[in-house]
Design a binder for this molecule. Structure first.
Ligand code: C5P
Length: 224
């Protein structure tokens, strides 16, 4: 298959960026994800001819040209709803979003006041795992997850691939200069029965290589 048409006619749903979990009208729980990796992957999928739906958390990024549809969301629950609305028609789902693991149990519609009795205690509840939920569907799209790890990258990634029943997982080592929020990244690609290291490169270069690998494995699985 020649480059730049590996995903013609293939419907790809990508989630990207952080989620913000509101505490009250002025405060939220968030994370350092910039959305750059997910947006670069969307661009690389478009370059391969895919029909791309991009579901974005709060990011300051322009929509890559050629993306068929962008849906902006804020919280994990909104991201889940947006993904589930379009997932039935998807051939490939790429979960790059840094979905908040927890949200506050009870949102306060009024700003929480500082008072003499000290700091408030926030009760947190777990957010749904969007990736695992998509992977558990039958039929399901080809499912690609991401994992940001600070240590034992390969072992944690393999465990995650198996536990969430993914077709492929891209793991990155997070430190201050690489990975979350940075312009460069390096990835350990893992799938059932194999792995490949994609060495440090710009997120846009890395996205092209990653999408080529996803396309190859997607077509290989379809052929079996
Ligand atoms: O388990 P962990 O959060 O490290 O897994 C990361 C992968 O799972 C990413 O692909 C992320 O987009 C996805 N995820 C999700 N919903 C969550 C948490 C993580 O889709 N609530």
């Amino acid at each position: 298959m020649s480059h730049e048409n590996a995903l013609v006619g293939v419907k790809v749903v990508i989630d990207a960026g952080p989620t913000y979990e509101d505490i009250d009208p002025v405060r939220f729980l968030g994370n350092r994800s910039s959305g750059k990796m997910g947006f670069a992957i969307a661009e690389a999928c478009v370059a391969e001819g895919a029909d791309v739906i991009l579901i974005a958390g709060p990011v300051a990024l322009a929509t890559p040209g050629g993306v068929a549809c962008r849906v902006d969301v804020r919280s994990a629950l909104q991201m889940r709803d947006a993904v589930m609305k379009v997932i039935d028609n998807a051939d490939i789902f790429i979960a790059t979003a840094a979905v908040a693991d927890w949200r506050v149990a009870e949102y306060s519609s009024r700003k929480i006041k500082k008072n003499a009795s000290g700091a408030p205690v926030l009760e947190l509840v777990e957010n749904p795992d969007i990736l695992a939920e998509v992977a558990a569907r039958d039929p399901r799209p080809f499912v690609v997850g991401f994992a940001a790890e600070t240590d034992h990258v390969a072992e944690h990634a393999r465990e995650k691939l198996e536990r969430k029943k993914l077709d492929m997982l891209a793991a990155n080592h997070v430190d201050e200069n690489i990975g979350i929020g940075a312009d460069d990244n390096a990835l350990e690609l893992i799938w059932p029965g194999g792995s490949e290291t994609l060495p440090r490169a710009s997120k846009s270069q890395l996205a092209k290589t990653l999408v080529a690998r996803i396309a190859a494995r997607y077509h290989a699985r379809k052929a079996t």
